[in-house]
Design a protein. Structure first.
Length: 113
């Protein structure tokens, strides 16, 4: 997914991880993102505004993951997703797609034998 790969960005993150049981955890994170400079390129999306007129706020990302160990040392299931709520730059830069929200989800399973 890597929408907010760390290059030319200011992007602090707040994370929370909970382990309600030994075989289950939940992770949540919030991250706003700004270009380091108004004329920088958002490298993952390939979006740039050389004039700087589109601002520098890329947007807010919210991410959630959960993992369940179904059979200890043998089988794990993980699922998660992220939403990127577009900021001024992501919506209005000349070569942006003008999308307000981008969604990503996944499910994976690991089996050891």
């Amino acid at each position: 997914y890597l929408a907010l790969r760390r290059a030319n960005l200011s992007s602090p993150e707040v994370r929370l991880r909970l382990n309600p049981r030994d075989d289950f955890w939940i992770y949540a994170a919030y991250r706003p993102a700004w270009l380091a400079s108004r004329s920088d390129r958002w490298p993952t999306a390939g979006v740039v505004d050389p004039t700087g007129n589109s601002g520098n706020f890329i947007g807010d990302q919210v991410e959630v993951r959960a993992r369940w160990t179904v059979v200890p040392k043998q089988w794990k299931i993980e699922f998660g997703g992220a939403l990127l709520f577009a900021g001024e730059f992501a919506r209005t830069a000349p070569n942006s797609r003008g999308v307000d929200t981008t969604a990503f989800g996944y499910v994976q399973s690991v089996v050891n034998f």
